[in-house]
Design a binder for this molecule. Structure first.
Ligand code: THU
Length: 159
């Protein structure tokens, strides 16, 4: 099954009665398995989900975490650009050089990398730094409260 045929087929199952804009997405993982997703809208509009989110949920439900390639298709004049939230969701599971192909049902395709789609992405390295600083502050505060600052123990601990 090609990613194009998988995305085209699942698009037919989109639930898009409010926008009438059906989207299909297909993901190939590192194992070679293909996962599909379509947009699922809701009368409470913000509750709707994008096609990419559906494909990612299917991938995670199957126990996979590593996206190798993505294909997204919709009926529009130019290849459909994933929304900002979906770019972040894709980046969670894909390296920057992973190729994302955006397509129209008329056969126009545009391939980009995840890094092109989401330059300057917020990734785990930022919260790791944040967590490190938090732990450092906690240690210092704890030492001050315990009265261990000033007698060399704290400075000794940090080298
Ligand atoms: N949509 C997607 O499923 N993926 C995208 O990348 C762009 C937008 C959906 C959400 C909504 O159901 C409809 O398209 C119109 O915004």
């Amino acid at each position: 099954m090609t990613l194009k045929s998988a995305a085209t087929a699942v698009r037919e199952n989109a639930h898009a009665p409010y926008s009438n804009f059906k989207v299909g997405a297909a993901i190939r993982t590192a194992s070679g398995t293909v996962y599909q997703g379509c947009n699922v809208e809701n009368v409470a509009y913000p509750e709707g989900t994008c096609a990419e989110a559906g494909a990612i949920a299917a991938m995670c439900a199957a126990g996979e975490r590593e996206i190798a390639e993505v294909y997204v298709i919709a009926e529009c004049p130019a290849p459909v650009p994933p929304c900002g939230g979906c770019r972040q969701k894709i980046a969670e599971f894909a390296a920057g050089d992973v190729v994302v192909t955006l397509a129209t049902t008329d056969g126009i395709e545009k391939s980009m990398t995840v890094a092109d789609l989401l330059p300057g992405a917020f990734d785990a390295s930022f919260i790791e730094l944040g967590a490190g600083i938090f732990i450092l502050c906690e240690l210092l505060l704890g030492a001050i409260i315990d009265g261990n600052v000033g007698n060399g123990r704290v400075l000794g601990f940090f080298g």
